[in-house]
Design a protein. Structure first.
Length: 508
């Protein structure tokens, strides 16, 4: 009996220690953004418009998460009435942050679904956001509305936000809420830049430039990518001025390059076409897409490519000469098996011929396969073998749990992809068998991991794994010593330098 009592006591102590340890180990902090179109995520496909919240992600280290819940056209009133705030509130945990920026649409008096008078309902809504965030243990941060671009005939900046910024400041003071005065910061920036220079921060787009706005666009409320980065930098500046604890979780924005200017990187959405149902019951393509921000997506890779000056595009049908003509780089990743897509789109002979002719004329084809059982190899090989590259149906580097060493490559060749890179990670890889003119880029233990083949003015590079997806590129899972991000930056810098096809003007 005494032994049983002692064992129970030890078990209680052990369980208490585990619970205490779990309590002491903090989960990752999440920043929730709520607001309107000036910070909302925008479509990536050949579209010049970006929200500052969309570019804000690039300033965050891997130990902090971001959920951007800002939606085009929303005011503080409609954000609440449409259930958007209730959704955010249900997700908040102790220690999270809620960045709150409204005011653009609250002033639209003719729209009763959005109008919120500054000193009454608008103020009341801000207080609601603050109090309810705090009730969940989250930290609210108020942000005054960013300015629109407007100058008078004399070149003086014209503020269009009336009392709304002052009300945000009042709530900040009355309720002791951290404030980022984006209204004041953007006003100073725009005044300093002047009427002409500020155009590049907004959407002043000539016709026949982007698929998303073929007729062109002149919009002084919404931002270009360059403008969204500038505004995100002002928000980062505000975080540092407030000395918020998350300041240590910020990183410098990568320096923009022009190596990809005028070039288009197109991602296949046809051969890889997996569909899931989102929380609203809508069908959504995911898995190796630009928009996918989860572990399986290429959202961060797209950001790297845009930092190099290139435009992102999606190819949602079988490739043809006309469809490929504007693509400088074409990426095909992990074509579907019947298990992934009940009606897969296989690579046909006509598609393979069109791709080969496009490469011969200067296109760069990047093929990223997968391991045995997770990729449709028969038709993929029918394409790749045209260039002397055969995907072997194997599964090398089967990593168990978090034993990341099982997927490491640290004997890297002197090649542009690996300049300054000491270690990369790939798991469950299809290796290659090559015939001329294909040559190895990365070999390990007698296996070919990355291959290259020239054709005419263009070239093909093949990797046996979709190794540049979010999970393994931003170190959200991998230890910092693995440098897949740097390798991705090197890879696309090299490929964009090699590509010779530039984007043609659209037909109006």
């Amino acid at each position: 009996m005494r032994l049983l009592t002692r064992n129970i006591s030890c078990l209680v102590i052990l369980l208490s220690s585990v619970l205490l340890l779990n309590f002491l180990i903090p989960s990752k902090v999440t920043i929730f953004l709520i607001g309107d179109s000036t910070l909302a995520d925008k479509p990536l496909d050949d579209n010049p418009e970006r929200g500052w919240g969309q570019l804000f992600r690039g300033f965050l280290k891997s130990d902090i998460l971001l959920e951007n819940h800002a939606v085009n056209g929303r005011s503080s009133k409609s954000f609440i009435h449409q259930g958007l705030w209730a959704n955010v509130l249900s997700k908040l945990n102790n220690g999270d942050y809620v960045f709150i920026q409204f005011g653009h649409n609250d002033s639209k008096i003719s729209d009763t679904s959005r109008y919120a008078e500054a000193h009454t309902s608008f103020k009341k809504n801000l207080i609601k956001f603050v109090n309810e965030s705090r009730s969940k243990g989250a930290v609210p941060v108020l942000i005054t509305p960013v300015n629109r671009r407007k100058f008078d005939k004399e070149g003086n900046f014209v503020d269009q936000h009336a009392d709304y910024p002052n009300v945000v400041r009042e709530v900040s003071k009355e309720f002791n809420v951290p404030l980022i005065d984006l209204h004041a910061k953007s006003l100073n920036l725009f005044r300093k830049m002047g009427p002409e220079e500020t155009k590049k921060l907004f959407l002043h787009i000539p016709p026949s430039t982007y698929k998303a706005c073929p007729k062109g666009k002149e919009d002084n409320s919404h931002f270009s990518r360059e403008g969204a980065i500038k505004i995100a930098e002002l928000v980062i500046e505000g975080i540092k001025e407030l000395k918020l604890p998350i300041s240590k979780m910020l990183k410098d924005r990568p320096v923009n390059s022009t190596v990809g200017k005028g070039k288009v990187v197109s991602l296949d959405y046809y051969f890889n076409h997996e569909i899931k149902t989102d929380t609203d019951g809508k069908s959504l393509q995911f898995h190796y897409t630009w928009e996918d921000k989860d572990n399986s997506g290429f959202y961060i890779l797209g950001d790297i490519i845009e930092n190099l000056g290139a435009t992102l595009s999606e190819i949602q049908s079988a490739p043809s000469k006309d469809i490929l003509k504007n693509s400088s780089i074409y990426i095909i990743v992990d074509p579907d098996t019947p298990q992934e897509n009940p009606s897969p789109n296989y690579i046909t002979d006509s598609s393979a011929i069109a791709i080969s002719e496009w490469v011969n004329n200067g296109g760069i084809l990047l093929l990223m396969g997968n391991d045995k059982g997770n990729c449709e190899f028969e038709h993929l090989n029918a394409l790749s073998e045209r260039f002397g590259i055969h995907f072997n149906e194997v599964s090398r580097n089967k990593v168990v749990g978090t034993n990341f060493n099982m997927g490491k490559f640290d004997h890297l060749p002197a090649h542009p992809i690996f300049a300054g890179v000491k270690k990369i990670y790939m798991k469950e890889i299809s290796t290659f068998t090559l015939k001329p003119p294909a040559t190895p880029v990365l070999e390990d233990g007698g296996d070919i991991i990355i291959a290259f083949s020239p054709l005419g003015k263009g070239a093909i590079i093949a990797v046996g794994d979709p190794w540049l997806y979010n999970e393994y590129i931003d170190n959200r899972k991998l230890p910092e010593e693995y440098e897949n991000y740097k390798a991705a930056l090197n890879l696309f810098t090299w490929l964009l330098e090699k590509s010779s096809i530039k984007k043609q003007a659209l037909i109006p």
